[in-house]
Design a protein around this ligand. Structure first.
Ligand SMILES: [Zn+2]
Length: 391
């Protein structure tokens, strides 16, 4: 029987609570076989060495909220498009992601979920972990760039049709609890195993706390498309801040949230309850210009994407590796803490941290190697090199 090839990647290994300078990650058969202080103990002749010098060797990043990239949009319901989006993710060091739908008729969302299932059967360069249903159960008052024509309150039949579509898939669902009877459906959604996320919401502090009591464990791009955070009525943001167990998404591009508020959220929530996301749109990776986006149009100028009609911010073109770098630069946190916010924390919130999310023996060999500025050098998925920028 032919032995499985072992691969040793050397570098500054980013573990969940420290950096192992000059360490080694040993890969065997798609999983991490071990982590070592140095390569003295490893027999050179049986192992292929990938020496990465003083580069960071990180767990593959995880993005639980993105809509597209490289000219492709999740709502186009194209498995081939999702494959292109996955390729873009691998080039950002992202080895797992949750494609996010947009506010649309339920039937369109169901079609998109079906295309996600089909894409999961394709060979992908980054793993699709499930689906993030963002809309249609959001607040008209806090719609952001969601299409208001299809925003609605939760009805029994919607839940059944969506449950049928996402059956067996990891699911995050964004809900504005204060709209209609939405609050009354939250415990049922959580009972189905969905991660219920408060977002695009005009909830007061009190309404936010009730939603969290009912089963909300996640907050969709905190600060963006929420009731203002005010000292007499802190709104849903205050409720999330006051609830230690709730995970908060942040878009760390410096455009959606001022770095001061990123620091505030991280200090209050704790470094193990932040999930960095990109919320990236199909224009990520494209040149400046005006592009069709469903029934709407978006304009990309530099790093900003706005709706053409209203000028409202609409998602980002952020790369998650850059987001990690920004958090290190703007908050002064340790490298592993910033990396956890884009790997271990989202994995834990999805219940996937037994398999992915950190560099540990027995987990999938999903790795991202970054240079000192967090540019991607190479990305590994299940022990296979899927993206490389080595000369
Ligand atoms: Zn979004």
């Amino acid at each position: 029987m032919k032995a499985v090839k072992k691969i040793a990647i050397t570098g500054n290994i980013i573990l969940p609570d420290e950096v192992l300078a000059g360490g080694v990650v040993l890969i065997e058969g798609g999983t991490i076989a071990g982590v070592f202080y140095n390569d003295n103990a490893l027999p050179e002749n049986d192992i292929e060495f990938r020496r990465c010098g003083d580069a960071w060797v990180a767990p593959g990043l995880i993005d639980v909220h993105l809509h597209g990239a490289a000219g492709r949009e999740v709502m186009d319901a194209s498995p081939e498009g999702l494959r292109e989006i996955a390729r873009h993710q691998a080039r950002c060091g992202v080895t797992g992601f949750m494609p996010a739908t947009l506010t649309a008729p339920i039937e369109g969302i169901r079609r998109t979920v079906q295309s996600i299932r089909e894409a999961m059967d394709l060979p992908l360069e980054s793993e699709i972990l499930g689906v993030h249903l963002e809309g249609p159960f959001v607040s008209l008052a806090r719609k952001g760039a969601q299409n208001p024509n299809y925003i609605k309150v939760v009805e029994r039949a919607d839940i059944d049709r969506l449950a049928d579509a996402v059956s067996g898939l990891k699911t995050i669902i964004t809900v504005a609890p204060e709209a209609g009877d939405n609050l009354s459906f939250i415990s049922e959604m959580a009972g189905r195993g969905w991660v219920v996320s408060m977002g695009h919401t005009d909830a007061t502090w009190q309404q936010g706390l009730l939603a969290i009591q009912a089963g909300v464990t996640h907050a969709t791009h905190l600060f963006n498309a929420w009731r203002e955070f005010q000292h007499r009525e802190p709104g849903g943001i205050g409720a999330v801040m006051d609830s230690g167990d709730v995970y908060a998404e942040l878009i760390p591009d410096g455009i959606h949230v001022h770095p001061s508020f990123l620091r505030l959220a991280i200090a209050r929530k704790g470094k193990d309850r932040i999930c960095l996301i990109t919320d990236s749109l199909k224009v990520a990776g494209l040149p400046d210009g005006t592009y069709p986006w469903g029934e709407l149009e978006i304009v990309l100028t530099g790093r900003e994407v706005r709706l053409k009609s209203s000028g409202v911010l609409a998602g980002s073109v952020l790369r998650l590796n850059q987001g990690v770098k920004n958090i290190i630069d703007w908050t002064g946190c340790e490298v592993w803490e910033a990396v956890n916010m884009a790997s271990l924390n989202p994995a834990r919130n999805l219940g996937l941290d037994g398999r992915i999310g950190s560099i540990a023996q027995g987990k999938a060999a999903n790795l991202a190697v970054f240079d000192k500025d967090f540019n991607v050098i190479e990305t590994w998925l299940g022990g296979k090199l899927v993206s490389t920028f080595r000369g």
